[in-house]
Design a protein around this ligand. Structure first.
Ligand code: NAD
Length: 485
């Protein structure tokens, strides 16, 4: 079998294990579908049960392992990711499509996340409380939950798993991790990093397969004390409703993120925010800008500069240096984006792009040119629904109040941005926007490791934030202790 057809196995109880199904599925390169990256296990509920059993068996010892010993392992895993960053970046780009430099950044950022939690968890404790009884000490202690399931999408296929798995492990939980079938290899490398670092058998388990085959089996058994999920709103809401009441959930879901451009904004900068926020990763970021709400007085000038910039973007394989946009991640993404472009052409004014690219090296990949629409009515599908592709909808607004009403007129609330030089707008925007991430003169995309991340409304469950210290809260439960003499 050639290198490109390597069979990758599940990690269960410390052993690389084939599925009992005896079947695998292919992981292909979205820039060139003839390139098979590898075959991954088409797991069954029996495999899932084995993974949960292994995690459950490993918990008693792992929760008693000192936090500094856990940190040593997590730091070693980070070392391994950093040492292999170039090779892993190439694998990530091959399976997901994003430009190589972004893949490398993502691997290094994931190592940084591991290091952050290796330190942060060492000072994550309970509190003490004043008591009227001088002989009594009242305090809380935090303890791990037990077995937790981590389910992740393909668009950030290592940084999202890293920011879920690192706090889970550092808090003393054991993990069953299921990556997306569109980018399972880099998740495999993350599991391998922990194995290389000497993590005890069963503390992290990695299992691949279709959600319809193993989704319920890794989320619904009561042994699963928490599910941390990032993906579509439909899937996240389904899981949230299906799990037992004793299972905590943290669901990071879809978005329809606005960028407001006020009359006093630096227009070149605003264009930069729109292009970087809306089109990097070919528009496939949950926090990607998709609605641009522009003050009528500057709309023409803004639109002209935006079009010029969009038309200059370079599209091509992520391994070719200097490309701005890679392919979409899979066939379904391509069909969805082309469907939205067609509906945009019926309901709004089409300005550029939205074409599937063929020929000239594009013929075997899922390439589409970035699209811009204007005069987008408020009932248009491209105005209301998450597209998850390189499609920008420009909408006129007549005042700050009009912009805020439109920005908030969505079922989502993940990220929102404003371009302005007026401090009063900045302040009111942060105050009035219904969004978990608020950006002022910054792209809707991007978040830092050490601050909480999550959405409002149907973009997240109203439970726990991830990232930063908040990420550790999700993975721990509190006991209140009254200690008398
Ligand atoms: P998806 O919901 O199809 O799949 C995400 C993951 O969930 C995959 O691993 C999939 O196999 C699994 N899954 C799907 N249904 C399941 C079920 N019933 N039970 C268990 N597992 C199940 O999403 P996708 O296409 O991989 O990713 C795109 C979506 O993810 C977009 O909606 C995007 O907005 C969202 N996303 C959100 C964030 C965030 O932080 N809020 C970040 C990235 C992506």
């Amino acid at each position: 079998m050639s290198e490109s057809a390597t069979v990758f196995k599940n990690l269960i109880a410390g052993e690389w294990t084939a599925s009992v199904s005896g079947k695998t599925f292919r992981n292909i390169n979205p820039a060139d579908t003839r390139d098979v990256i590898g075959h991954f296990q088409a797991s069954t509920p029996d495999d899932a049960q084995a993974a949960l059993g292994a995690a459950s068996a490993a918990f008693a010892k792992w929760r008693r392992t000192s936090v500094s010993a856990r940190a040593k392992i997590v730091n070693k895993a980070a070392d391994w990711l950093e040492a292999n960053a170039d090779a892993f970046a190439l694998e990530l780009t091959r399976e997901e499509g994003k430009p190589l430099a972004q893949s490398r950044d993502e691997i290094l950022r994931s190592a940084q996340v591991l290091r952050f939690y290796a330190v942060e968890a060492q000072t994550f404790t309970g509190e003490t409380f004043p008591s009227d009884d001088p002989d009594q000490l009242v305090y809380t202690q935090r303890e791990p939950l037990g077995v937790v399931t981590v389910i992740t999408p393909w668009n950030f296929p290592i940084s999202i798993p890293a920011r879920k798995i690192a706090p889970a492990l550092m808090a003393g939980n054991t993990v069953v991790f299921k990556p997306s079938s569109d980018a399972p290899l880099i998740g495999y490398r993350l599991a391998e990093a922990f194995v290389q670092a000497g993590i005890p058998a069963g503390v992290i388990n990695y299992i691949t397969g279709r959600a319809s085959d193993i989704g319920a089996a890794i989320t619904e058994p009561p042994v699963v004390r928490a599910v941390s999920f990032t993906g579509s709103t439909a899937a996240g809401e389904h899981i949230h409703r299906s799990v037992p009441i004793t299972t905590r959930t943290q669901m990071e879901l879809g978005g329809k993120n606005p960028l407001i451009v006020m009359e006093d904004a630096d227009l070149d900068r605003a264009v930069d925010l729109a292009v970087k926020g809306g089109l990097s990763l070919s528009g496939q970021a949950c926090t990607g800008t998709s609605r641009i709400l522009v003050m009528e007085t500057v709309r023409e000038a803004f639109t002209a500069r935006l079009l010029e910039r969009v038309k200059s973007l370079k599209i091509g394989s992520g391994v070719t240096p200097g490309m701005d946009l890679g392919p979409l991640a899979n066939r379904k993404q391509l069909d969805t984006v082309l469907g939205y472009v067609a509906s945009g052409k019926e309901q709004a004014t089409h300005l550029t792009g939205g074409d599937q690219l063929t020929g000239d090296g594009f013929e075997h990949g899922y390439y589409v040119s970035p699209a811009v629409f204007t005069n987008v009515p408020e009932n248009a599908r491209i105005y209301r629904e998450e597209i998850f592709g390189p499609v920008l909808a420009i909408v006129s607004v007549t005042s700050f109040e009009d912009a805020m009403r439109k920005a908030n007129d969505t079922e989502y609330g993940l990220s929102a941005a404003i371009a302005t030089s007026n401090p009063r707008y900045m302040h009111r925007f942060a105050d009035e926007i219904e969004s978990g991430t608020v950006k002022i003169n910054r792209t809707t995309t991007g978040n830092v490791v050490n601050a909480p991340f999550g959405g409002l409304k149907r973009s997240s469950t109203s439970t726990f934030r991830e990232s930063g210290r908040a990420g550790l809260e999700f993975y721990t439960q509190i006991k209140t202790v009254y200690r008398g003499l």
